[in-house]
Ligand binder design. Structure first.
Ligand SMILES: *Cc1c(COP(=O)(O)O)cnc(C)c1O
Length: 419
C-alpha cells in the first residue's frame, strides 16, 4: 500500500497533485511520500515488537538525509557500506549505538571514522579485515564491536546480480570457515565479538531462503556459545522483496512470524537491515514526454529521465510500472519508453503495453524509491534530479536539482593548457 493515488484522475502524492509539483519544480524529479515511508517503517518495526530488535535501514537504498531522519525519529538505526554513508547517517542524527557497518572493502580511513564514532558493530567479511580492524582499534585505543558476515550458501532465488548469499558470491565468509575465523577473532584483544550476520540477497520474494539461512546461523551460534564465544546480536540482513509488477512477496508480518518462530531458542537481539521494502514503493520518478516517434513500426516514447536518473531497468532489466500523471480514456499501444542518453541500453520500459502517451505529458515511473536516486549519476553531463518529499498537503525539496555549475565542480584545467 502506498500514498500515490488518483484523485479525480490526477495522480497525487498524499494530498498534493503531482502536476502541481512538476509545474514549479520542473522535470524529472523524485517524489516521496512521508506517510508511506513512516508507515512502512512502523509496519516492519512493530512486526518484531515481541522480540528485542533494531531496525537498521540500509542507507544505500535511499541515502537522502531527510529520509534517514524520518527513520531516526521512529527509533531506527542504519546499515552502512561506506564512510560517506556514515557521514550522512550522523548528519541525520542516527544513534551510533544503532549503526552496523557492512561491505567487503572497508578502507582504513573508513574503519577509523567508524571506530571514533563508536558504532555498534562491523560486519566483517574476511580474515584480513578482522586483523585490520583489530590493529586500527589498538592504535585508536578502543575496542571494536564485530560480527562476522557469514555466507550461508542459500539460493535467494532472485536476480543473479542482487544475489549475495551463495558460495560463489564475493560476500561474507563461508559458514564452514567462519568457526575458525571466530576462534581467531576471540584471540584478538581489541575486538569485542558481538554478533553473527548474513545478508542473502535483495528482492527476495519467498520466506524459505531466509529461514534456511537462519537455521544455519542458529547452529553456528549454538556452537560458538559452547566454545565460550557469547553471541548477543543476530543480524539477518535485508532483502525482503516488494511488488513491482506481479510479485507476491511475504508481508513483513509473515516474515517476522516465520523468523521469530524459527529462532525461539536463540536468546539474541535481532538486527534487520531492510532497504527496498521500506522505501521502494514510497517513491516515484516523474518525467515528461519530450517526443514520440515510430521507427520501422516500432514506437518510442522519449522522456526527459534517463538511465542516469534510474538505472535499474538498464542494469537489471527491472520492471517499473509507468502511469500517466493525468489519466483519461485512450487507445493502448506497445512502445519502448526511452531516455535522452546516447546508449541503446537507456530505457525505462521495453515493448510495454501503455496508453498512447503524448508529447508534453507527465509520466510517473512507479516503485522508484529504492536504488533510484541513490544509484543516479551525471552520465552525459546531466545534472541530477531533485528529490521532493510530500507530507499531507505540503511538499518540500529535500535535495535541490543540480545545476550546470555543479557538473564541473572540482575540475581544473592545468595552467600549461592556457589558450
Ligand atoms: C543492500 C543491503 C541491504 C538492503 O537490501 P534490501 O534488499 O534493499 O533490503 C542490507 N544489508 C546489506 C549488507 C546490503 O548490502
Amino acid at each position: 500500500m502506498n500514498d500515490f493515488n488518483y484523485l479525480s484522475d490526477h495522480l497525487s502524492c498524499e494530498e498534493v497533485p503531482v502536476e502541481t509539483i512538476a509545474r514549479e519544480a520542473g522535470t524529472p524529479f523524485y517524489l516521496y511520500s512521508h506517510r508511506t515511508l513512516r508507515r512502512h517503517f512502523r509496519i516492519f518495526d512493530s512486526a518484531f515488537a515481541e522480540v528485542p530488535h533494531i531496525v537498521c535501514f540500509a542507507v544505500k537504498a535511499n541515502s537522502n538525509t531527510a529520509i534517514l531522519r524520518i527513520f531516526v525519529r521512529e527509533g531506527g538505526g542504519v546499515d552502512l557500506v561506506s564512510g560517506g554513508e556514515l557521514y550522512r547517517a550522523l548528519k541525520a542524527g542516527v544513534d551510533p549505538g544503532k549503526i552496523v557497518y557492512s561491505g567487503v572493502g572497508k578502507r582504513e580511513d573508513e574503519i577509523d571514522f567508524a571506530l571514533r564514532t563508536g558504532i555498534l558493530m562491523f560486519n566483517v567479511e574476511s580474515d584480513q579485515e578482522l586483523e585490520k580492524i583489530n590493529t586500527r582499534a589498538q592504535i585508536l585505543g578502543v575496542r571494536a564491536g564485530i560480527g562476522l558476515r557469514v555466507n550461508p550458501d542459500v539460493d535467494p532465488q532472485t536476480h543473479p546480480h542482487i544475489s549475495t548469499g551463495l558460495r560463489e558470491n564475493k560476500f561474507g565468509i563461508n559458514i564452514e570457515a567462519s568457526l575458525t575465523a571466530y576462534r581467531r577473532a576471540a584471540g584478538l584483544k581489541h575486538l569485542d565479538i558481538k554478533g553473527v550476520s548474513c545478508h542473502i540477497g535483495s528482492q527476495v520474494t519467498k520466506l524459505s531462503p531466509f529461514i534456511d539461512a537462519l537455521a544455519r546461523l542458529k547452529e553456528l551460534i549454538l556452537q560458538l556459545r559452547k566454545e565460550g564465544i557469547a553471541i548477543r546480536y543476530l543480524d539477518l540482513g535485508g532483502g525482503l522483496g516488494i511488488t513491482y509488477d506481479r510479485e507476491t512477496p511475504p508481508h513483513p508480518s509473515e516474515y517476522a512470524r516465520a523468523i521469530i518462530d524459527a529462532a525461539r531458542e536463540i536468546d539474541c537481539t535481532f538486527i534487520f537491515e531492510p532497504g527496498r521494502v521500506i522505501v521502494g514503493n514510497a517513491g516515484i520518478l516523474v518525467t515528461r514526454v519530450l517526443y514520440t516517434k515510430e521507427n520501422e513500426g516500432k514506437r518510442f516514447i522519449i522522456v526527459d529521465a534517463g538511465m542516469n536518473d534510474l538505472v535499474r531497468p538498464s542494469l537489471y532489466g527491472s520492471f517499473h510500472h509507468i502511469q500517466p500523471v493525468i489519466r483519461r480514456k485512450r487507445e493502448e499501444i506497445v512502445a519502448d519508453v526511452v531516455g535522452p542518453i546516447c546508449e541503446s541500453g537507456d530505457f525505462l520500459a521495453k515493448g510495454r503495453k501503455l496508453p498512447a502517451f503524448e508529447q508534453g505529458e507527465l509520466l510517473a515511473v512507479m516503485s522508484a524509491g529504492a536504488y533510484g536516486f541513490s544509484m543516479s549519476s551525471n552520465y552525459n553531463s546531466r545534472p541530477r534530479a531533485p528529490e521532493i518529499l510530500v507530507r499531507d498537503d505540503r511538499w518540500y525539496v529535500i535535495r535541490k536539482r543540480e545545476t550546470w555549475e555543479d557538473l564541473d565542480r572540482g575540475e581544473e584545467i592545468p595552467e600549461w593548457m592556457d589558450i
